[in-house]
Design a protein around this ligand. Structure first.
Ligand code: SF4
Length: 364
């Protein structure tokens, strides 16, 4: 049988403003005296310290640890699988009209590479039928299209949407697509707007940076001008749709200037009020790891620090980078359900998720 840990479940840390402990059971950060800190660190003569006695009296320094990790919905999985599968993403093609330098399908990763494989309607229908027959408890359904560049298979996407419309009368269906934005025009654009698609456009910032990474297949030509032209057209002619249904995803190379990319988005009229997600060029599964410049590290950490300060109300949101805002929102969301309560104690059977996010560890 696993030995039970009798030590207080805490993490100690110090910085220029003093000595602290993070109390895991109550999810609290507490400032302590240097003497308390040292005793807790060495686990020596703990009971002789007045502050430690007080902390225990108020419910801190509990020793409870999760002993069995089990997701709260584990027992519900059979039912969820049968009735609550509300999302389906179809990878409709492995082909793409771009050849982005950092693409996970570029051959630089231990994964598949671009190919001419495309999904048949029969295969897509199998997926859609599975969704339809396993979602009786869902009020709405979501169908996503992914690639390669999914809009290369526009006819297939249309058939899938039409099929879903004939099969579902009582549920709202939301469609989502992640695209490089080069084909977002004409009949394709009109159709996506008519069907209220949520569109995520990949876009990397200033022309010289975007074009360095996101080039057309078989050429040295960057895709910046094409994507900008299409996005501007949508904003100009379908403003409400642009604001409510279009988001941008930025992949950031750690060889570039983080501040330069952030400043570009702040200054470019097209992106005012736009919603962004962003992430670094993936390192996992890459044959040669990313090189991170000192400048990038400094700028990245500084901007992240500013975002946290703005969340604390110390600086104005307008003075922070648009990049990374959604990550801070996500952190806030993770912390949102937690409250300080001296009676809080970790259950023996439960879940402890170590979520590593931009260097922060969050325990749920
Ligand atoms: S658009 Fe997407 S799928 Fe196509 S090459 Fe670029 S990253 Fe890869």
């Amino acid at each position: 049988m696993k030995e039970v840990n009798k030590e207080p479940f805490i993490h100690l840390f110090s910085c220029s403003t003093g000595y602290y402990l993070y109390d895991v059971n109550t999810d609290s950060i507490l400032k302590v005296t240097p003497d308390t800190y040292q005793r807790l660190e060495k686990r020596e003569n703990i009971e002789e310290n007045e502050q430690i006695r007080k902390l225990k009296k108020y419910g801190y320094l509990k020793t409870s640890h999760v002993q069995i990790s089990e997701h709260p919905v584990t027992k519900l999985l059979p039912s969820l699988y049968e009735n609550r599968i509300g999302n389906l993403t179809l990878q409709v093609t492995q082909q793409c009209n771009l050849r982005c330098d950092y693409c996970v399908y570029s051959g630089k990763y231990y994964t598949r590479t671009h190919s001419n494989k495309r999904m048949s309607f029969e295969m897509a229908k199998k997926g859609l039928d599975f969704l339809l027959s396993h979602s009786s408890a869902c009020e709405e359904l979501r169908v996503g299209f992914y690639g390669g560049e999914p809009l290369l298979e526009f006819e297939l996407i249309k058939r899938c949407v039409e099929y879903m419309e004939t099969q579902t009368k009582d549920k709202a269906i939301h469609y989502q697509i992640t695209t490089n934005g080069t084909l977002l025009k004409g009949e394709i654009l009109t159709y996506l707007i008519e069907k209220k698609f949520e569109i995520t456009i990949s876009f990397d910032g200033p022309k010289e940076i975007h074009d360095r990474y996101r080039k057309f297949a078989g050429s040295d030509k960057g895709s910046y001008d094409t994507v900008m032209q299409n996005a501007r057209y949508i904003k100009e002619h379908y403003h409400n749709f642009f604001i409510s249904n279009v988001t941008f995803n930025t992949v950031i190379s750690p060889e570039e200037s983080y501040s330069c990319i952030g400043n570009y988005f702040k200054g470019e009229e097209l992106f005012q009020d736009a919603v962004f997600t962003s992430g670094l060029v993936k390192d996992e599964g890459k044959k040669e790891k990313n090189t991170v410049s000192d400048r990038f590290s400094e700028e990245y950490q500084y901007e992240y620090f500013k975002l946290l300060m703005s969340k604390l109300g110390k600086i104005r949101k307008e003075n922070t980078s648009v990049l990374g805002r959604e990550q801070v929102e996500f952190l806030k969301m993770l912390r949102g359900g937690k409250q300080q309560d001296e009676d809080i104690e970790l259950p023996k059977n439960g879940i402890m998720v170590a979520h590593v996010y931009q260097g922060s560890e969050v325990y749920l």
